[in-house]
Design a protein around this ligand. Sequence first.
Ligand code: PMT
Length: 232
Amino acid sequence: KGQAAAQGLHIVITAGPTREPLDPVRYLSNHSSGKMGFALAAAAAELGAKVSLISGPVSLPTPAGVTRIEVETALQMHEASQQLAGECDIFIGCAAVADYRAETAAEHKIKKREGEETLTLRLIKNPDIIAAVADRRDAAGGRPFVVGFAAETRDLEAYARDKLERKRLDMIVANDVSTAGLGFGADDNAALLMWRDGQGEGGESLPPQPKLELARAVLRQALSRLAEHPVH
Ligand code: PMT
């Protein structure tokens, strides 16, 4: 029964970090390994979905049956997401997107300056990729079911609920990234799922477990919410 649960659905997932160049040899990034997003892609393929995985630079093999689109910067991830958002049923934003990029990436390597102890970098905001997907409407007024993540180090539930509403998501996977052994780079994760739909608000707490198991639970919940409210 589970095997056919996502048959005929196209699921798009973003994963990994983005890399924002400062000059030809340096960049701004974060510790995302891609493991959580790749686990979601593997779990979605297992369920029979067509899966597109938009990934930042990570060193993980592509899960069986998954189409991988490689990007580096947030702007490239945004572009790839916009291209696929119009043709998918579920969009899951698991990538740790850099909120800011250098206003201009230097053409040549930035030199160390004699006698200057500080260097100021001017950063500019990147687009919010998942909020842009959630704001899209096709000709019939529809859009995919949008699942975001929230990586928090405190006040998990409150910050995640704020992101759920502000970004107009259908569901959010809130993970506390300050717990050792979970979150960034780890093999395991725990999460609080929260959603908003015509029936009101709901939630489910997922205890620490391997990321593949957690991915299956996230998809189960997303698919059952989508089944109750197929039209977006
Ligand atoms: O990759 P791993 O090592 O396995 O680690 C997994 C993880 C901790 C990275 C993952 O579980 C996770 O929490 N991913 C989201 C990380 C994040 O950037 O969260 P955020 O709270 O800053 O962003 C909230 C949501 O907005 C996310 O869905 C994010 O993809 C999205 N976002 C954020 C900024 C931006 N400019 N565009 C976005 O779409």
